[in-house]
Design a binder for this molecule. Structure first.
Ligand code: ADP
Length: 177
């Protein structure tokens, strides 16, 4: 392991991740605090391929990751088939949940579509390492955390854009050969 190479490129995960400073926060799902209507609004208002799931909006503790298409399909099929699932139904990603109050609509349990261990790096991880991990593991996205709090996301396309930028700046880099 040659440590020196790692310091040739100073770009860190936090420089490439979204959102950038000043951009709106990440679009996330919460483990058990959202309704079917909330999730449908998130789907209509964004085009992202996926959504991190956090414990609570305040904690930003990462719980998992849900692909957009799995969320769309699950909600559509639940609303067609499952008795009692309505816009006001809670979406639950937790493993164990207390029974809902008798008057509330049936909850929609979606733990099954959640990736329970999405790949994460810290905001201080050097981008050459992140690129290497994307290549070796064939990742589509990677989440960025700081002290266990979710900060951002890096997609494969973000990586490709970053690599194109770096190649322009530093065409001789062994990193891209
Ligand atoms: P792609 O990068 O292939 O276009 P997406 O459509 O998922 O994939 O993401 C578009 C952009 O938005 C990327 O720059 C990505 O970093 C960012 N992004 C992806 N998911 C989210 C999210 N849930 N909230 C905020 N930004 C996101």
């Amino acid at each position: 392991l040659e440590a020196k190479e790692e310091f040739r490129h100073k770009t860190l995960a936090r420089d490439v991740m979204r959102p950038r400073r000043g951009e709106p926060p990440l679009s996330v799902l919460t483990q058990d605090g959202m309704t079917v209507s909330d999730a449908q609004a998130l789907i209509s208002n964004t085009t992202y391929s996926g959504f991190p799931v956090v414990l609570t909006p305040e904690s930003q503790r990462l719980v998992g990751f849900v692909q957009r298409r799995d969320l769309v399909i699950s909600i559509e099929s639940a609303r067609k088939r499952q008795e009692g699932v309505a816009g006001a139904s809670c979406i639950l990603f937790a493993e164990y949940t207390p029974p809902p109050p008798p008057s509330s609509p049936a909850p929609l349990k979606l733990r099954g579509i959640m990736d329970l261990s999405p790949f994460t790096v810290t905001d201080h991880t050097a981008m050459d390492i992140v690129v290497d991990i994307f290549r070796k593991l064939g990742l589509r996205q990677c989440l960025v955390t700081h002290n266990g709090r979710l900060l951002g996301i890096i997609t494969k396309k973000d990586i490709l854009k970053h690599m194109a930028q770096m190649a322009n700046r530093d065409p001789d880099s062994i990193f891209f050969n």
